[in-house]
Design a protein around this ligand. Structure first.
Ligand SMILES: Nc1ncnc2c1ncn2[C@@H]1O[C@H](COP(=O)(O)OP(=O)(O)OP(=O)(O)O)[C@@H](O)[C@H]1O
Length: 252
């Protein structure tokens, strides 16, 4: 579904990514981990079409990303959640999730006047999808709450809901657990598993903390100084000497 082939991303003299290659299958949860400055954010930005790597190719569903702009990548079925919370605080939970439907909306304002029935049917269909997401992510009781009044964990859940509303073919999550307490992390992990079961889509999870991906990932890719230093099952990676060394030496 998604493949990076020999990707190089350079900022001045710094090689944030130095020949990174890996693939994500149609039903896999792949975690990309690495210590500070390993290149995780750069990789996430390349995979989602925000950055154009200087070298190498990223293919999504068999098509190179370079052939598409960021919006086309999203339209083609790639959704992403962001670091921190990228939600509209003054808008309600439903309204924020509805934003994810934007790219599926066909009716224009002119349509709304000329073909009132069609616009209304479409609105109804979008609301149905949004309601399914609200149920899946257990947000029934907060659906009309302004997102700014919610705690951090719930705001992240709304961000996930917005990404799911795009009905993506693949979901990319950028450090979703960062800044969360243990309970919030456990909740989100459970929802990620529920999403996989309900939608059957592959997920790429970029995460600093090795611990949180161990129970979630099918496969783990480890970056350090822009290079891929290990790849394997969580158990394999956890005991890999190069990985242990990279994490131990984090305060370098
Ligand atoms: N826009 C940029 N301009 C200059 N250097 C950059 C830029 N983005 C990243 N870098 C450098 O590239 C390297 C990799 O950074 P990146 O943010 O991708 O790593 P990371 O693994 O996400 O780190 P962290 O966990 O600290 O967020 C770092 O040395 C960083 O300073």
């Amino acid at each position: 579904m998604l493949a990076a082939r020999d990707v190089v991303m350079q900022f001045g003299g710094v090689r944030a990514l130095d020949g990174v290659s890996f693939e994500v299958g149609t039903d896999e949860l792949v975690a990309v981990i690495g210590p500070n400055g390993a290149g995780k954010t750069s990789l996430m930005n390349c995979l989602s079409g925000f950055y154009r790597p200087q070298k190498g190719v990223i293919e999504f569903d068999g098509v190179p990303l370079s052939a598409r702009g960021v919006h086309q990548v999203a339209r083609a079925g790639l959704a992403r959640t962001f670091q921190g919370t990228h939600v509209f605080s003054g808008m309600t939970v439903i309204e924020n999730i509805m934003i994810g439907r934007h790219m599926h909306m066909r009716s224009t304002i002119a349509d709304a006047f000329a073909h009132f029935g069609r616009a209304r049917t479409e609105e109804f269909r979008h609301r149905e999808t949004v309601e399914e997401i609200i149920e899946l992510l257990e947000m029934e009781s907060i659906r009309h709450r302004p997102v700014g009044t919610l705690g951090y964990g719930l705001r992240k859940r709304v961000d996930l809901g917005r990404a799911l509303a795009q009905e993506p073919k693949i979901l990319l999550m950028d450090e979703p657990m960062a800044g969360m307490n243990t309970e919030e992390k456990e909740d989100l992990a459970r929802f990620i598993l529920d999403v996989r079961e309900a939608r059957g889509i592959p997920v790429v999870l970029v995460e600093h903390d090795m611990g949180v991906v161990m129970d979630l990932a099918d496969r783990v890719v480890v970056l350090d100084f822009g290079r891929m230093i290990a790849e394997g099952t969580p158990a394999e990676v956890q005991r890999d000497p190069a990985v242990l060394k990279a994490y131990l030496g984090e305060n370098r």
